[in-house]
Design a protein. Structure first.
Length: 132
């Protein structure tokens, strides 16, 4: 463990001890988000087990809950293309407000037809969605 990680863990333990000593609990939940992982680093964490895998848009999360009430959880985030392969499987035409009007800060932007890619993500078996 590097010195920065050790110091961070010490700080978390001190905070936990303080909360326990003073009967301090948050309303709802306490979530820590960490965002700076490569695909290989995320895969190493995924191998530990106990994570929920979540895919949303261009992002991939590993989420782990450490207590239920109040919920204490850790979320590790990376860009989805770090763990999955983006495949364009077609295109579709959709109506959207005209970007030129929006850039001019005009509220009356007409709708125009825009071609968008239809994308699917192919993920490695290690990071396939959870069975639960």
């Amino acid at each position: 463990m590097n010195e920065q990680a050790a110091e961070f863990a010490r700080g978390l333990r001190e905070m936990a001890d303080f909360c326990e000593e003073h009967d301090l609990t948050p309303d709802g939940s306490l979530t820590m988000n960490v965002w700076k992982f490569t695909g290989d680093e995320i895969k190493e964490f995924a191998r530990i087990g106990g994570w929920q895998k979540k895919y949303e848009g261009n992002y991939f999360d590993l989420e782990r809950t450490f207590s239920e009430s109040p919920m204490v959880r850790l979320i590790l985030t990376t860009k989805r293309d770090q763990v999955c392969e983006r495949k364009v499987v077609g295109t579709r035409v959709v109506e959207k407000p005209d970007e030129d009007f929006i850039r001019q800060a005009r509220k009356d932007a007409p709708l125009v037809n825009v071609v968008e890619e239809v994308v699917e993500w192919e993920c490695h078996p290690l990071l396939a969605p959870s069975e639960d």
